[in-house]
Write a protein that binds this ligand. Sequence first.
Ligand code: AMP
Ligand code: ZN
Length: 469
Amino acid sequence: MLAVTNTLSRAKEPLRPRTPGTVAMYTCGPTVYRYAHIGNLRTFLLADLLRRALEAGGVTVRQVQNITDVGHMVDEQFDRGEDRMLVSARLEDKSPAEIAAHYTEAFLADAAAFNLQPAADYPRASDYVPQMQELVAKLLERGHAYEVEGNVYFAVESFPGYGRLSGNTLERLRAGHRQEEPDPRKRHHADFALWKAAGPGRLVKWPSPWGDGYPGWHIECSAMSLATLGEHIDVHTGGEDNVFPHHEDEIAQSEAVVGHQVVSTWVHGRHLLTEDFKMSKSRGNFLSLRELTERGRSPLAARLLFLQARYRSPLNFTWDAVAGAERTLERLRARMAAWSRDPGDGPAKGSPGAGGDAAGYEARFWAAVHDDLDTPAALSVLHELEGDDSLTPAARFAAVASLDRFLGLDLAAEVGRELPAGAEALITERERARAARDFAAADQLRDRLAAMGVEVTDTRTGTSWRLHP
Ligand code: AMP
Ligand code: ZN
C-alpha cells in the first residue's frame, strides 16, 4: 500500500481512501498569467506520480486540478499589490480573458508533453464565483468573517484549528508580527481576505452583496474543491509554498463551513531551485518547457531528472544534469528497441539475488514507489534490471514497459521504427569489420550509417542501433 508524508501529521502514513478503491484528489493548479515554469511542473508531477501509483494498484482516482484565472494576488512578482492576471493583460495589451485562455491552453500542452495524465476536471476559478460567494455568505452568517468597506475578511481567531497544517499558530504569528504596520481594517493581522472590493478601473469584477469585487485566492480553492469533489477529499497536493497561507486558509474556510475535516492527507513537494534559489519569474531563473526544448532538451528528460530526486527533497536544476538524464533516456529507449527486435528464446534463466526473475525487480520497484514515492530507489532497481543479462530480452522488455506505466517516460518510443533501406547490410558489414579488427573500415561504416540517420553503439553483447529523432 502506498504511504506518503502527510504535512498535517508530519508523518509517513498509508494512504487509505475513505471509500475503499476510490481516491478523491485535488491538485492546486497554475495561475494562468504566464507560461508554467518547470518548477511548477515538478509540483504537478508529484500529483501525477501519486495518481499513477494508486492506479497501478487498481484504485480509481478522481483528480481535479483548478485553473486560477482570477484573484491570485502578488507575492513576489508585482509588488504593487495588483492582480497578476491584470498586470499581464496590461503588459501584453490583451484582455484578461484572452490572457487566461492563452496560458491555459499552453499549460495543457505542457502537461501533455510532460506526460501528466489529464485530470478529470479543470475547474476555472472565474466559473465558480457564485459558489465562492455562497461560502463567504455562510462564513459571515456563522461569525467566522466580517465585512469592512466592501472587503470581507476571515477572522482567524474564530477557528481554533488555525495553524495546524503549517505550525503558524496564532501564538507564533503574534510573536512574528511585532515589527509590521497593522492594517486598520483587520481585527487580527492574520485575518485574510475572502472577498475584495474592486478599486476604480478594475476590469474583472462581480456584483455581490458586499458591492462589486472579486474573490481572494484561498476561497477559490475551497469553493472549487468542495464543488467538484465534495466534503471528503482523500489527498490534496501542492508545492511547499502553498502550505502557508494558501492551504492553512483553505482548511479554515472549508472546515468552518462544513463543520468537519475535509482533506485527510496533504502532500507537498519541495521546490525546484536554480543556482540554489527557488525558480521564479522575478529572479530571472525561470525556465519554461518551451525554453528547455529550444535549448535541445526534451520534456521527458526533465521528467526523468525530477524522478531522480524524491519529491520531499529540494532539487537544483543544472544543464549538465538534464543532459545526463537525456542520455539515460536515450539509452533506455535504444535498449527497449533492441530487446523488442531480439526477444531471445527460452525462458529467462533467472537472476541470482534479485528474486529469480523480472518479477523480483518489479516487486522491489513497487516497494520503493510505495515507500513515500522513493523514485531514486525505484530507478536504481530499473537500472539493475536493465543490466541483468541473465534475463531474456523479452522478459526485460515486458518488465520495463510495465514499470514505465508509472514512470511515464515513453521508454518504448523507439520500438518498431524501421531501418532505412540498405542500413541493415551496412550494420552487418561493420560487425564483420570489427570482428576482423579493421577499425578504420568500421569507423567509416559508422559515419555512413550516421549520414542515413542511424546511430550504432557497440556493447558487450554486440552492436545496437537507434534512429535519430
Ligand atoms: P502558481 O502558478 O504560481 O500558482 O504555481 C503553481 C504550483 O507550482 C503551486 O503548487 C506552487 O506551489 C508550485 N511552485 C511554484 N514555484 C515552484 C518551484 N520553484 N518549484 C516547485 N514548485 C513550484
Ligand atoms: Zn489552491
